[in-house]
Write a protein that binds this ligand. Structure first.
Ligand code: ME8
Length: 524
């Protein structure tokens, strides 16, 4: 491709509610998004990584009242906690949107205005159940099934009976089914896509998209045509993915500032909010004649020590617990664990025991040990400089090289499909193959035979190259640790695409190593 315009990459997290404190679940989605953002930046793409907070709605109003503060005070307080956690976890987001931002509120109104102009909205009467925990309208049959309680919160559903504006959702369902069926990668993983399709096939009614503003104590975005009503919190929230880009234009300084990033490459979400993202959002975009996001990826659910997280059970992975973990290990280890423990898309269980095992196994034994063996041997046998390979075609080194090349080839498609565990398995495979290579070629014995100098040099060059490639691909997951490891190899990453730097042979012979230092000291 000619020209200097880098391809864009746009990744989002859900915008989190401010009624509750940040925990492991929020950190999971956000870390995953951070890994994607860092990886695609390293490949030279122009990346936009958006996160933020969802601040309107009945749930926030209630939580604020219970604490005796205003919704805005509650939001400000919790936003501070999210921002602090993202800093502590080294999250490289480019923008943080709050639904109470004026830039957002005014654009939501503009989107609604456009829907009104297109006859996508009509005034009706909402008569039925509402789940305040999920901020979701619930049909009579579903309400009966859950015994008139919130499916997740267990709290009694609330009866609403009020005039309400409706979005002509039903109209878009055939087109949406068609779209999902003909775009394999749109809703992922595949099992979730099938769930959405079968639920859609059962029929979908028009969607109530407003609430009387007075019932929310005035905390919401007023409908532009009828300010007694506020825009339904999910319509408000979903819009963030475009409003944050300065779209639609409303005549402020943000107009169109990042419009080139739309459509998003991926909306990362948990499976709890898939229906909103896979149905309401695309239907709304279709009604607005805007392009749909390329992918909506719904990951699985974390439990803790085998149980649903709860404050009363004492297994809640709060911000404080996360902080304790990052102090005991490091923030990189926490990031690694979450993405290594389960395939992205499956449910996961957090346990301190498992974390320790992964740390001592994958990180200390496989990766850390390989790095220190390699660095120590080069110091001892080659005066601390990477030996020049002779090109003699060492059979065993060819095997290591093949494993490294398989990793380099597999990563772009694995990352494009959010298959983090595949990348990490590839990295561990390379570490394993290289450790075995050292065991079988026994460089420590060769070092005693002057005639074996070339063979020794080839072996150590292969080790250094394997370590370099392994750490290069570990960088999006463990940015600080990987750079420390690369520093010991005497190599800092130049500003070139990772897939070029991943080529075997990029490490210059003669590179001077730094002192060896354990990246992952064993924990007992
Ligand atoms: O739903 N395991 O916000 P929210 C895995 N404001 N992920 C979890 C999790 C767990 N146990 N708990 C939470 C909302 N998450 C709306 C979103 S978007 C336009 C509006 C993560 O604060 C996961 O990403 O309830 C889930 O989808 C999200 O937090 C829900 O965050």
């Amino acid at each position: 491709m000619g020209g200097s315009m880098a391809r864009t990459y746009y990744v989002t997290t859900p915008i989190y509610y401010v009624n509750d404190v940040p925990h492991i679940g929020h950190s999971y989605t956000t870390i995953a998004a951070d890994v994607l953002a860092r990886y695609w930046r390293s490949e030279g793409r122009e990346v936009h990584f958006l996160t933020g907070t969802d601040e309107h709605g009945a749930k926030i109003v209630k939580a604020a009242a219970e604490r005796g503060v205003s919704p805005r005070e509650l939001a400000d307080e919790v936003v501070g906690q999210f921002i602090e956690l993202w800093r502590e976890l080294n999250i490289s987001y480019d923008d943080f949107i709050r639904t109470s931002d004026v830039r957002h509120e005014r654009r939501v109104q503009e989107l609604v205005r456009r829907l009104l102009a297109r006859d996508q909205i009509y005034l009706g009467q909402y008569e039925g159940w509402y789940d305040e925990g999920q901020e979701e309208f619930v049909t009579e049959s579903v309400a009966r099934e859950t015994d008139y309680r919130g499916a997740i919160s267990g709290k009694p559903l609330v009866r609403y009976s009020e005039p309400s504006y409706f979005f002509r959702l039903g109209r878009w369902i055939p087109a949406l089914i068609d779209y999902i069926q003909s775009h394999e990668d749109f809703v992922r993983p595949i099992a979730r896509r099938n769930e959405v399709l079968s639920k859609l096939a059962a029929g979908v009614e028009d969607l109530s998209i407003s609430r009387l503003l007075e019932k929310l104590g005035g905390w919401g975005v007023p409908m532009p045509n009828d300010p007694a009503h506020s825009v339904y919190v999910w319509i408000d929230a979903l819009s963030n993915y475009v409003t944050a880009l300065g779209d639609p234009p409303i005549g402020d300084e943000h107009d169109g500032e990042r419009a080139r990033f739309w459509p998003a490459d991926v909306h990362l979400i948990g499976k709890d909010i898939l229906w909103f993202h896979a149905v309401y959002w695309p239907a709304m975009l279709m009604a607005l004649e805007l392009p749909l996001p390329r992918c909506i990826f719904a990951h699985g659910w974390w439990t803790s020590e085998g149980k649903k997280m709860s404050k009363s059970l004492g297994n809640f992975i709060s911000r404080q617990t996360i902080r304790d973990i990052t102090r005991e290990y490091s923030r990189d280890v926490y990031r690694y664990f979450l993405l290594r423990q389960v395939p992205f898309g499956s449910d996961g269980d957090f346990s301190h025991e498992m974390l320790r095992r992964r740390y001592n196994g994958d990180l200390a034994n496989d990766i850390g040990n390989l790095l220190s063996r390699t660095v120590n041997m080069i110091h001892r046998y080659c005066d601390g400089a990477v030996p020049a390979p002779t090109g003699a075609g060492l059979t065993e080194a060819a095997e290591v090289r093949t494993v490294a090349e398989a990793l380099v080839t597999a990563v772009p498609s694995a990352m494009a499909a959010c298959q983090f565990h595949t990348v990490l398995e590839g990295i561990l495979n390379l570490a394993g193959a290289t450790n075995r290579f050292i065991d079988t070629t026994e460089p420590f014995k060769l070092a005693k035979t002057p005639a074996a100098k070339d063979r020794l040099g080839d072996i150590l060059y292969a080790c250094a190259e394997a370590v370099r490639i392994m750490l290069l691909y570990l960088r999006p997951f463990m940015p600080e640790t990987a750079d420390r490891g690369l520093g010991q190899l005497g190599w800092s990453v130049p500003p070139q695409p990772t897939s070029d730097l991943g080529r075997w042979g990029v490490l210059p012979a003669g590179t001077r190593l730094q002192a060896a230092e354990a990246l992952f000291p064993r924990k007992t």
